[in-house]
Design a protein around this ligand. Structure first.
Ligand code: SF4
Ligand code: SF4
Length: 206
């Protein structure tokens, strides 16, 4: 088996990345990481991640912006908070995963994953109608993940439709979605929708 190692030179790193993460709510303790690995050991889904939580924290501190924002791990995180509870340095790893997710979405560094596309569709739909329409969400997932996932999901969708729990035609909508949008914007004005920037094309590797 051929072992391929990608070396990244210091000039290719993003020296301001750690400060950017640390300046977000929940990211301030990142400098205290000991790289003890407790977070990776306790994480119930780390075996499915391409980079463990410990490695994500280490990469952020090293300025490996593209590797973190392009990682599957930040989307696999289930927000169970086990790592945050157990971290001996009180680092809010779950919040840091969210910080990375928000950055990845803002910079469009997530196109190959289904989860962020679903999250984005969810937020847009709730902002627009105030409610979620499952059938429309399902269609968006199939469009993103391919026809095979649509075939796999069809039996459960069919059962839901037969029991009138889901409809292809009916769109769920609250009476006054604008009032909800006003509340959302007042709570998180920084996260109001903005036009995504073009994805950088630097080579990944860590
Ligand atoms: S548990 Fe905390 S200190 Fe240990 S590697 Fe994870 S983030 Fe760092
Ligand atoms: S919050 Fe995310 S990273 Fe932390 S243990 Fe749970 S799944 Fe793993």
């Amino acid at each position: 088996m051929q072992v391929v190692r990608t070396v990244k030179y210091e000039e290719e790193l993003d020296a301001g990345f750690t400060n950017q993460v640390a300046s977000e709510p929940g990211g301030d303790a990142i400098w205290n990481c000991l790289q003890c690995g407790t977070c990776s050991a306790i994480c119930p889904v780390s075996i499915y991640m391409d980079k463990t939580p410990r490695r994500i924290i280490g990469l952020i501190r090293g300025g490996f912006r593209d590797e973190v924002l392009g990682s599957l791990s930040i989307w696999i995180c289930t927000s169970c908070y086990a790592c945050t509870v157990e971290c001996p340095q009180q680092i809010r790893i779950t919040d840091i995963m969210y910080i990375a997710k928000r950055m990845a979405m803002k910079e469009s560094q997530y196109q190959r994953f289904v989860v962020p596309a679903v999250e984005e569709a969810f937020v847009k739909m709730v902002r627009k109608n105030g409610r979620l329409t499952e059938s429309r969400m399902g269609i968006k997932v199939v469009r993103k993940s391919g026809l095979r996932s649509g075939v796999a999901m069809f039996p459960i969708a069919w059962r839901l439709m037969r029991k009138h729990r889901m409809s292809l035609l009916h769109v769920e909508r609250m009476q006054d979605p604008a009032s909800l949008r006003a509340v959302l914007d007042a709570l998180e004005p920084r996260h109001a929708p903005t036009a995504p920037a073009a994805a950088p094309s630097r080579a990944a590797g860590a």
